[in-house]
Design a protein around this ligand. Structure first.
Ligand code: CA
Length: 229
């Protein structure tokens, strides 16, 4: 079993299509047409991932995502928001809804499956104490500490935040602008080349431990954290 997915979506054809696809992929699938239907399903059996439509009758997906994040019982459930073109505002793009990722309709099932796998992988990399580790490189977001084989890696706060963002959003390319928004915050004015400077420093920090290759340059686009070559 690959995991339990709950889809909250008011459009029946999309529920049907995704249900078919996800079950075929080996996921356990449940569906709800709105938040009211979703609530008892989540309480009854906690899903491993929530696919949440933005525009829903009654409470919308964004408000529901926030509510899930504010509830200690559901805080850790990964959320992928489904949005229609045009709804894709800065709010979703900045993911400050509490969602882990978002995908814009119409999307290919291949793309959605890739996002689902990435989000699942990310949550699987986290232990009960919230320490995230990838291939022996461990990050503790509580103490801002990075360790390799229990040895502490000297890292500055900015490099830490950058590495934390990368490690929690692997295998996806981010532009310098997106990294600035995510790591430095949207209200900070920093030049895009600042990103390059900190990427260089981060690689230098990781180099003695043989992890610098995880931070990859994607030419003329930006950067990516990847455990693949
Ligand atoms: Ca909808």
């Amino acid at each position: 079993m690959k995991g339990k997915i709950l889809l909250v979506e008011d459009e029946a054809p999309i529920r049907e299509m995704l249900g078919y696809t996800l079950m075929k992929e080996g996921y356990t699938f449940r569906e709800a047409a709105d938040v009211e239907e979703a609530r008892p399903l989540i309480a009854d059996d906690r899903p491993d991932l929530l696919l949440l439509d933005w525009m829903l009758p009654g409470m919308n997906g964004v408000d529901y995502a926030r509510r899930i994040r504010n509830n200690p019982d559901t805080r850790d459930i990964p959320i992928i928001m489904l949005t229609a073109r045009g709804e894709e505002t800065d709010k979703v793009r900045g993911l400050d809804t509490g969602a882990d990722d978002y995908i814009t309709k119409p999307f290919s099932t291949r793309e959605l499956l890739a996002r689902i796998r990435a989000v699942m992988r990310r949550t699987k990399n986290m232990d009960a104490e919230g320490i995230i580790s990838v291939k022996g490189l461990a990050l503790d977001p509580e103490t801002f500490r990075v360790t390799v084989d229990e040895k502490i890696v000297e890292i500055s706060p900015t490099e830490f935040r950058l590495l934390h963002f990368f490690i929690t959003h692997p295998e996806r390319v981010y532009t310098r602008g997106q990294l600035l928004d995510q790591v430095w915050g949207q209200n900070v004015y920093v030049e895009e080349r600042t990103v390059d400077v900190h990427i260089r420093r981060l690689r230098k920090t990781l180099e003695p431990y043989n992890y610098s290759h995880l931070i990859q340059t994607v030419r003329s686009v930006g950067y990516r954290f990847s455990t693949k070559k």
